[in-house]
Design a protein around this ligand. Structure first.
Ligand code: BGC
Ligand code: BGC
Length: 739
């Protein structure tokens, strides 16, 4: 009898031998081979049906409950039909498509169960790629920490902070067995009426480009999660301001404004790109060879996976009317460059149609192989063949440790826009808190939170702190909170008894088209509350929980003692706001957009071309201050190789620790094309103790000085033209000669 130890060793030896034998027989399983060789081997073995399955992505709702749009346990019949009969290789949880119960462990168990079908029951054992929109933390999961939405993160002007947030998000995503994150949004926020404005990093091309790159670096840091640059290209500026309405963008703005954040995300290594659902200049992007192949593949040399957006091939027939039937639409889109279709419901129709198209020669096998090669490469590079499953225990601990980072991120973005001295609130003051956002976590979180359209509380809310909870913890008895504000006399009386009033207003959560706002107005009940508070003659501070600038009527604006833009600050927005209001920490954000006075001014951006007649915003891009003062000195600049090197000294001359965002703007000389009066060419966030001075050095690549010359119909390649430029730092400027 062999000893148990020996038997174990023997068994192990046998296993290793078997595994090695299998790998030798199936090179694609051999992790020691180069990815390219593994992909080539696998592709060789695949049937056309299997290939087309890899190009298909289905929403997990299809595999749950009844197989329609309800949730519930996995539905064996549908799982088999989709994964085994149709060979589907990718799944997603669209907003809200979470397991029941919606906790991190159940997510890991669900993705593992699905993965087992793919790995153990399909002929070649190709693992699934599972995608989600984790656009501010792992936001579909109850129990996850939700960070501020991108607009608030942009206000922090801090790529390093964003990178940390993205890294944590990716870790959470990976812990639940998800390897693909449809983030970051690389669309520039040029129109606040658009329902997805809060998903952007604001209006400025440099800020957005730097933040997109930071986000990609953070999301992909572990190598186990793929980021997605979305939505390529020109999605964020539909002419009407309404989501997915037609966009008309001249080639120069497309290249100079909308493209650079994508270029920057690609340079940071983004593995996937998602196409724009809408149309640009009369061509739906899902059918645009010029955008999806000539520009993205040939010019920008993108080698990763291009995924469609939700149901958008179908929309070539049903919305855009450029194809007579679904077959024509699929041919157009796949031939234009889409590698994977986010179907998301009906796997049979898409796979059946694509197979027929290949057999009829309307889509070439070479094109199929190209798409599948990219998809398999992605799966291999993410390590899916080696470790397809999630550790359920890793998923369990998603919650607590990230709350501090969520608070830090919220604070970093809070933007103080008005302060007549009321802030920070003094110790000993009696404070009245009112407003629909005062005790509403769901408003802090915004859309894409638990549900697609936001958290409705039906299954509970993720952990977090509201403004009421944050202030009560600090102020105790000195805080009074009036939840019912319908009785104006009661509000007036309570306001008059207080030393200061904090009014938390804003928007109910929304996502995509449901959030389009043609007026940018506060709801009438909120305006009425503001007028009541203003009439009480007690200093009052307005806090806005909103995904966009909202219009503040002049009469109220003139009465404000303080105004903090909080954006959609996430789980810890309430504790961050309490700290900022009380001066325990500083609101450290700067506006990532221009705040309009009325909608007639739109589109309103600080970098508008000269000649715009109503260009004076309520608050300008980059505006915002804290509780201390800064002074700059020794501002100098010189041209060195292909950059401009700027040096300066920054001093905190106030009494508190605080952060400043150094902002350098360029004013170009008269050039053959019009250029904005000012354009951000460099920024840096610096935190200083009172009395501290720091020497700073910023290197600005000359590419930031470039323009796209050329006449109306064309744009010549970007070029930094010679001349005498001015560089602005706050109120002062210096001249730079470019040779
Ligand atoms: C959105 C995308 C998102 C996708 C999956 C679409 O409606 O436009 O941004 O990634 O749904 O949820
Ligand atoms: C999904 C979202 C998706 C949207 C597209 C919703 O049903 O949950 O993820 O973005 O449809 O319209």
């Amino acid at each position: 009898m062999p000893s148990p130890l020996k038997a174990g060793t023997l068994g192990l030896g046998l296993l290793v031998w078997l595994a090695l034998g299998l790998a030798a027989a199936q090179p694609y399983r051999d992790a020691g081979l180069p990815t390219e060789a593994r992909v080539a081997d696998l592709l060789e073995r695949m049937t056309l049906e299997e290939k087309v399955g890899q190009m298909t992505m289905i929403d997990v709702a299809r595999l749950m409950g009844t197989g329609e749009w309800d949730r519930g346990p996995l539905n064996e019949t549908w799982v088999r039909r989709v994964l085994l009969e149709r060979h589907v290789g990718a799944l997603l949880s669209g907003g809200g498509a979470a397991p029941v119960p919606n906790d991190p462990e159940s997510w890991a168990e669900m993705t593992n169960a699905l993965q087992r079908y793919a790995v153990q029951q399909t002929r070649l054992g190709i693992p699934l790629l599972y995608g989600v929109d984790a656009v501010h933390g792992h936001n579909n999961v109850l129990g996850a920490t939700l960070y501020p939405h991108n607009l608030g993160l942009a206000a922090a002007f801090d790529p390093e902070l964003l990178e940390r947030v993205a890294e944590k998000t990716a870790r959470d995503v990976r812990a639940t067995g998800v390897h693909w994150n449809f983030a970051p949004v690389a669309d520039l926020g040029r129109d606040p009426r658009w329902g997805r404005y809060y998903e952007t990093f604001g209006e400025d091309v440099l800020l957005a480009s730097e933040l997109v790159a930071a986000s990609v670096r953070g999301l992909q840091a572990s190598g186990e999660v793929a980021a997605t640059l979305k939505h390529f290209l020109g999605y964020s500026q539909p002419l009407t301001g309404r989501d997915r309405d037609p966009a008309f963008l001249d080639p120069r703005s497309l290249r100079a404004l909308h493209l650079p954040p994508f270029v920057s995300g690609l340079a940071a290594g983004a593995r996937t790109v998602m196409a724009n659902s809408g149309s640009v200049n009369g061509v739906p992007v899902h059918a645009s060879h010029e955008l999806l192949t000539d520009l993205l593949r040939e010019e920008l040399e993108f080698g990763g996976v291009l995924v469609s957006d939700w149901n958008d091939i179908d929309k070539l027939v049903s919305v855009h009317r450029v194809a007579a039937d679904f077959g024509e639409a699929v041919a157009m889109s796949v031939n234009a460059g889409v590698d994977m279709y986010m179907v998301p419901h009906d796997a049979e129709t898409f796979t059946g149609t694509l197979l027929a198209l290949v057999r009829e020669g309307r889509v070439s096998e070479a094109r199929i192989d190209e798409a599948v090669r990219r998809i398999l490469t992605l799966k291999l590079e993410l390590g899916l063949f080696e470790s397809p499953y999630a550790e359920v225990a890793d998923a369990a601990g998603l919650v607590e440790e990230e709350r501090a980072l969520a608070r830090e991120a919220a604070l970093a973005g809070l933007t103080l826009l008005e302060n007549d001295g009321v802030l920070p609130l003094d110790e000993g003051e009696r404070v009245l808190l009112v407003g629909p956002g005062a005790d509403d976590l769901s408003m802090q979180l915004g859309g894409w939170s638990i549900g697609w359209q936001g958290a409705d509380g039906a299954e509970g809310l993720p952990p977090g702190t509201t403004v009421l909870e944050g202030l009560r913890a600090a102020l105790g008895e000195r805080l009074s909170y009036l939840s019912d504000v319908r009785d104006a006399a009661a509000v007036t009386e309570a306001a008059q008894r207080a030393d200061a009033v904090v009014v938390v207003l804003g928007e109910e959560p929304y996502a995509e088209g449901a959030g389009d706002s043609p007026t940018l107005e506060l709801p009438p009940a909120q305006l009425e509350l503001l007028r009541t508070v203003a009439a009480a003659d007690t200093p009052f501070v307005v806090v806005l929980l909103a995904g966009r600038p909202l219009l503040i009527p002049d009469d109220i604006w003139l009465e404000l003692s303080g105004l903090i833009m909080a954006y959609l600050p996430g789980s810890e927005g309430g504790s961050a706001l309490a700290q900022a209001l009380l001066g325990l920490a500083e609101p450290a954000g700067r506006l990532p957009f221009s705040w309009p006075r009325n909608v007639g001014q739109l589109p309103l951006t600080y970098d508008a071309l000269p000649g715009v007649s109503e260009a004076e915003p309520r608050y300008r891009f980059g505006e915002g201050f804290g509780y201390t003062r800064f002074e700059t000195s020794r501002f100098e600049a010189k041209v060195q190789d292909r950059s401009v090197v700027v040096t300066l000294e920054l001093a905190n001359t106030g009494e508190r620790t605080g952060s400043e965002v150094v902002q350098l703007y360029l004013e170009r000389p008269p050039l053959p094309v019009m250029t904005p009066e000012r354009q951000l060419v460099g920024f840096e966030k610096v935190r200083l103790e009172p009395g501290e001075t720091r020497a700073l050095r910023l290197e600005l690549p000359l590419a930031r000085f470039a323009v796209l010359p050329g006449d109306v119909f064309g744009s010549a390649p970007a070029e930094a033209l010679p001349g005498s430029y001015r560089l602005w730092l706050e109120g002062r400027s210096l001249t730079l000669e470019l040779p």
